[in-house]
Design a protein around this ligand. Structure first.
Ligand code: APR
Length: 240
């Protein structure tokens, strides 16, 4: 148990904590992950659904997939992993939650300083005038949705091949460089640039602690790599 107690001590004593989460933290809320067993990319091909070309080719098909995910997530609840991170944030002077997830469950769990690297499923953006609007109805009343200007609206998420929002990336990088402890939770750490935050944290001197069901490319070089469910591991790690 030394290993968990060390990690608990580092977390307890840290002034600045940065967390990177991926789809695995929402798995216990019933939201399928992308890779690994039962992953979405087993049933669907990313290039058919999560690229600008796919949207260009068939906006209705892409929207049907996102509408399915929005409807699933709307019925889901944040789990103990989300709640543990929201509780930890309240105890730290500097805390940044960087997420690759677009489901909004961190905010629903009460997290405040959330940096969304891959956008947000609840935001729609006009493909012509660029107007954004928050739309929480699921299923959507109209598929595909249209803007007041008459043009198609797209999901406010980052697709493969697209740039991450600059402000979000800069905030994530800065918080990673400044972290005393960097938690990486529920991500396969294979999609860049997000995955690059893990080695960056290590290089910048943070204690890096992983909570994941499976091994990741960085597990062997981290200060602690705990195998298991985020909903079980995180409450243990943050318990005072
Ligand atoms: N607790 C902790 N980890 C879990 C759990 C759980 N309950 N369930 C699954 N995992 C782990 C899996 O072992 C896997 O390593 O979560 C990880 C999820 O990895 P991915 O499905 O690849 O999701 P993610 O890393 O977030 O993907 C990154 O890829 O498809 C794109 O844009 C999409 O943001 C996504 C990005």
């Amino acid at each position: 148990m030394r290993s968990v107690n060390d990690a608990r001590k580092w977390i307890r004593e840290a002034e600045a904590i940065t967390v990177l989460t991926g789809a695995g933290i929402s798995a216990e809320s019933g939201i399928p992950t992308f890779r690994g067993a039962g992953g979405l990319w087993k049933q669907f091909r990313p290039e058919d659904l999560a690229t600008p070309e796919a949207f260009e080719r068939g906006p209705k098909l892409v929207w049907e997939w996102y509408d399915w995910r929005r409807t699933l997530i709307a019925a889901a609840q944040p789990n103990a992993g989300h709640l543990a991170l929201a509780a930890l944030e309240k105890t730290k002077p500097r805390f940044t939650l960087v997420t690759q997830n677009v489901d909004g469950l961190h905010e629903r769990a009460g997290s405040r300083n959330v940096v969304k690297l891959h956008g947000d499923l609840w935001t729609l953006r006009c493909t012509v005038c660029g107007r954004e609007k928050r739309e929480e109805r699921a299923p959507l009343p109209e598929l595909p949705p249209h803007c007041g200007c008459g043009a198609l609206m797209r999901p406010g998420v980052v697709w493969f091949g697209e740039m991450l929002p600059r402000a979000a990336w800069e905030q994530a990088e800065q918080a990673t460089r400044a972290a005393d402890v960097f938690l990486v939770v529920g991500t396969s750490a294979v999609v860049y640039p997000a995955a690059g935050l893990v080695p960056l944290a290590k290089t910048c001197g943070a204690r890096v602690i992983e909570c994941n069901m499976e091994e990741t490319p960085f597990s062997a070089e981290l200060d602690r790599a705990f195998r298991g469910a985020a909903g079980e591991l995180l409450p243990q790690l943050i318990a005072s």
